[in-house]
Design a protein around this ligand. Structure first.
Ligand SMILES: NC(=O)c1ccc[n+]([C@@H]2O[C@H](COP(=O)([O-])OP(=O)(O)OC[C@H]3O[C@@H](n4cnc5c(N)ncnc54)[C@H](OP(=O)(O)O)[C@@H]3O)[C@@H](O)[C@H]2O)c1
Length: 325
C-alpha cells in the first residue's frame, strides 16, 4: 500500500466509463476503483480473454460491479472505428473516457496495421482517433471527462513534426517519449478546443510515476532478448522509487473523479521526482504548452488517421467525424 494519503473516489453511480487497456496495471486498478464506487465500466481491451479475466478479478472485490468487455486494438484504426461504432449504436452518453493503454520501449521499429510507428500509433494516434470518434457520446453526458495518460518520459520528448513516425531514425525511448509528450499536448489542446467550441468536455492528463506493471516487459519483448529488460526489472525493485498500481492509479482517478480537478491540468504523484506518492498537480515540460506545435500535431493527427474533430459546437449524438464528410 502507498504510504501517502489515499484519494477516495466519490460516488460514481450512474456514470458510464470507458477504460482502454483495462486488463492490466493502471487500467485494471482504475477500473476496479471506478467500479467499486458504482460506475459502469467498459473494459476496452485488445485481448478479450484477458479482459474477461480482469472482470473476474474485479468481481471478487466488487460482486455487484457492472462491467463489460469490448475489443479495441489501438494499433488498428479499423478496430477503433468498429469499437466506436458499437458504443455509438448503444446511443448512451459516455461520462468518462480514460485513454490509458500504452506500450513502451519497443527495441526495433515496428508499425501498426496502418503503418504508424507502434508507440506513436498506439499511445497517441490511436487515442486521438478514439476520442474523436467517441466525442458525440461524450458531449451527450452532463459532465464528461477525458483523462489521457502521459508519463514522466514526456519531459525527455520532442515533437518532430517531420519525423513523427520515426521513419528517418528510430530510437526506442525517444519514440516512447515523443508519444507521451504528444498525449500530454493532446490532453491540453482538447481541453482548449472544448472550451472554445463549448463541448463541455473536461480534458486532463495524468501520469502514474514509476509503477510496477507489465509496461516494463511488454514492449521490450517485441525484440530479441535484451539485457535492458533485466536492468529495468532491477530498477523496479529499488525501495521507495516505485509503487504498486493501487497508488499509481491515484493521479488518474483524481483527474477522472475529483470535484477539485480542473481541465487542461496534469496530475501526477507528489513524491520525490514524481516517482511515487499521492495525486497532485504537476507542471510537465514547458514545451507541452507550445501552441504552434500543438496545432501542428493536431492537424497531422487528423490527416494521418483520417478522423477529425469538429470545429464548432456539437448538436447531438449522431454521426462520426470522418474528415471531409
Ligand atoms: N507503469 C509506469 O511506471 C508508467 C509510467 C508512466 C506512464 N505510464 C503509462 O500508463 C499507462 C498504462 O500502462 P501500465 O503501466 O499499466 O502498463 P501495462 O500493465 O503494460 O498495461 C498496458 C495496457 O495497454 C494495453 N495495450 C497495449 N497495446 C495496446 C493496443 N494496441 N490496443 C489496446 N490495448 C493495448 C495492454 O494490453 P495487453 O495486456 O494485451 O498487452 C495493457 O492492457 C500507459 O499509457 C503508460 O504509458 C506507466
Amino acid at each position: 500500500m502507498s504510504k501517502h494519503p489515499q484519494f477516495s473516489v466519490p460516488d460514481q453511480s450512474g456514470v458510464l466509463a470507458v477504460v482502454t487497456g483495462a486488463n492490466s496495471g493502471i487500467g485494471l486498478e482504475v477500473t476496479r476503483r471506478l467500479a467499486g464506487a458504482g460506475a459502469e465500466v467498459v473494459l476496452a481491451v485488445r485481448n478479450a480473454e484477458k479482459g474477461r479475466q480482469a472482470v473476474e478479478r474485479i468481481l471478487v472485490d466488487h460482486p455487484a460491479a457492472t462491467l463489460s468487455v469490448e475489443t479495441l486494438d489501438l494499433s488498428d484504426l479499423g478496430s477503433i472505428s468498429a469499437f466506436a461504432d458499437r458504443m455509438t449504436q448503444q446511443a448512451r452518453a459516455i461520462d468518462l473516457l480514460i485513454n490509458n493503454a500504452g506500450i513502451m520501449a519497443v527495441p526495433a521499429r515496428h508499425t501498426t496495421v496502418d503503418g504508424f510507428e507502434l508507440q506513436f500509433g498506439t499511445n497517441f494516434l490511436g487515442h486521438f482517433a478514439l476520442t474523436a470518434r467517441l466525442l458525440p457520446s461524450l458531449v451527450a453526458a452532463p459532465n464528461p471527462r477525458v483523462v489521457t495518460l502521459s508519463s514522466g518520459a514526456a519531459s525527455m520528448g520532442t515533437i518532430k513534426l517531420d519525423n513523427l513516425n520515426s521513419e528517418r531514425s528510430y530510437q526506442a525511448w525517444r519514440a516512447y517519449a515523443q508519444s507521451k509528450l504528444a498525449d500530454l499536448m493532446f490532453a491540453i489542446e482538447l481541453d482548449r478546443r472544448s472550451r472554445e467550441y463549448c463541448w463541455g468536455v473536461m480534458s486532463t492528463a495524468s501520469h502514474p510515476g514509476v509503477t510496477r506493471t507489465n509496461l516494463q516487459t511488454t514492449g521490450p519483448r517485441l525484440g530479441k532478448p535484451n539485457p535492458r529488460i533485466d536492468i529495468s526489472r532491477w530498477v523496479m525493485k529499488l525501495p521507495g522509487m516505485t509503487q504498486d498500481p493501487d497508488a499509481g492509479a491515484l493521479p488518474t482517478l483524481y483527474a477522472a473523479t475529483s470535484p477539485e480537478a480542473q481541465g487542461g491540468r496534469y496530475y501526477g504523484p507528489d513524491g520525490f521526482g514524481q516517482m511515487t506518492g499521492g495525486p497532485t498537480t504537476v507542471s510537465g515540460p514547458r514545451r507541452a504548452h507550445d501552441a504552434a506545435t500543438a496545432q501542428g500535431l493536431w492537424d497531422t493527427a487528423e490527416r494521418l488517421t483520417g478522423v477529425g474533430f469538429p470545429t464548432g459546437p456539437i448538436e447531438n449524438l449522431s454521426g462520426t467525424n470522418a474528415v471531409g464528410s
